[in-house]
Design a protein around this ligand. Structure first.
Ligand SMILES: NC(=O)c1ccc[n+]([C@@H]2O[C@H](COP(=O)([O-])OP(=O)(O)OC[C@H]3O[C@@H](n4cnc5c(N)ncnc54)[C@H](O)[C@@H]3O)[C@@H](O)[C@H]2O)c1
Length: 334
């Protein structure tokens, strides 16, 4: 079997996980890595290491990962698109909606395949939650809430917690509900540094579904949860514990049009399929898509741009204090 020749730009936290995953993945050959920082050049001694992407473009890569800080994604993405090299670009696609749209346009113009690294979709509890909701097992969606907290990593210097972390949840609620975000109200707080370290928001999805979000970098423990209220009870995906819990609503059915009421039953853990690491799922999907499979499961550039656009609207809402419409049509969901 011919292996795909791949590369990684940026060998920090995310780039290292990508490179390790790609090294272990059947059908993929990691043939080049690069980082601006010479201290990173010994990280993968068996892989040729470059100072910049320019030299890597001559290697005829089958795909390349961009795992540099978000403000630098555009310059690398445009170079890959111009050279016709498929890309997996880390989230957020870019720190502004305008830059994200330029990336989307460049790959579309050159007919080059690319995806965005919203790996949270591949967390087992969330993947199972999406599957169950899509099958309609739990009836109507009533409300969603997301919480993503932890200590500041010290690595992210170019965006605040909204564009770094809450962006995952902006993606997740649209994906889980199958509906775009239409408007957002938000508040942020900055304790130190140039960007917010706490962000709280309510998004309104098409059809009126409300999703409440909280993300911060000021919590000494890690918390990651997505809660979905449905007619059949509350589903909680906890990606730190790796669990999906169902708290059933045992209230008796009522005539159509009447609020059915809520009554608690015994919580149960929903069994999950064997958990594969999210980055492994992502590279398997990427490999298979480039070998001709349906790219279903990967996050498209159109979706990535929409997610940035909604997160940018959140930051505008926090600055102005007004509910802000999400301007770009949610390309991938219409
Ligand atoms: N999908 C996920 O779950 C996930 C997790 C963490 C980070 N990320 C994303 O990955 C990207 C990198 O984040 P990180 O946490 O790995 O940061 P990091 O600081 O650990 O790594 C960034 C690396 O890029 C290098 N670099 C900086 N500027 C560069 C340039 N112009 N050219 C080449 N290399 C350059 C740095 O030397 C560093 O090694 C960000 O976009 C972040 O949002 C995604």
């Amino acid at each position: 079997m011919t292996k795909l020749r791949t590369g990684v730009v940026g060998l920090g936290w995310a780039g290292t996980v990508h490179a390790c995953t790609m090294t272990a993945m059947p059908g993929i050959d990691l043939v080049a890595v690069s980082d601006l920082d010479p201290a990173k050049h010994t990280a993968f001694p068996h892989v040729p290491t470059y100072h910049d992407l320019e030299a890597m473009l001559r290697l005829e890569l089958d795909y390349c990962v961009i795992a540099t800080p978000s403000v630098t994604h555009e310059q690398y993405a445009l170079a890959l698109a111009a050279a016709g090299v498929p890309a997996l670009i880390e989230k957020p696609l870019a720190p502004t909606a305008a830059a994200a749209r330029r990336i989307h346009e460049a790959f579309t113009r050159t007919g080059t395949f690319a995806a965005v690294g919203h790996t949270e979709r591949h967390q087992a509890p969330l993947a199972e939650l999406a599957r169950l909701l899509c099958r309609g097992d739990f009836g109507e969606l009533w409300q969603m809430s997301t919480r993503r907290q932890g200590p500041y990593s010290g690595r992210i210097l170019d965006v605040g917690v909204a564009m770094d972390l809450l962006v995952h949840d902006i993606d997740l609620v649209s994906w889980l509900a199958g509906a775009p975000i239409e408007s957002v109200t938000a508040a942020t707080r900055t304790l130190a540094g140039p960007y917010e370290d706490t962000a709280t928001a309510t998004t309104v999805l098409r059809g009126g579904l409300l999703a409440h979000h909280h993300a911060d970098w000021i919590t000494p423990f890690k918390h990651r949860s997505v809660q979905v209220h449905t007619a059949a009870g509350v589903l909680t995906a906890d990606t730190v514990a790796g669990t999906l819990t169902h708290h059933p609503n045992t209230a008796a059915p009522t005539p159509a049009g009447c609020f059915p009421g809520v009554q608690g039953g015994e919580a149960r853990l929903i069994p999950l399929p064997e958990q594969e690491a999210p980055f492994t799922v992502e590279h398997r999907l990427m490999r298979d898509a480039l070998l001709g499979a349906d790219p279903l499961g990967l996050v498209s550039l159109a979706e990535g741009a929409d997610i940035v656009s909604a997160t940018e609207a959140l930051l505008t809402a926090a600055t102005t204090g007004h509910t802000t419409p999400v301007p770009a049509r949610q390309l991938a969901l219409t």
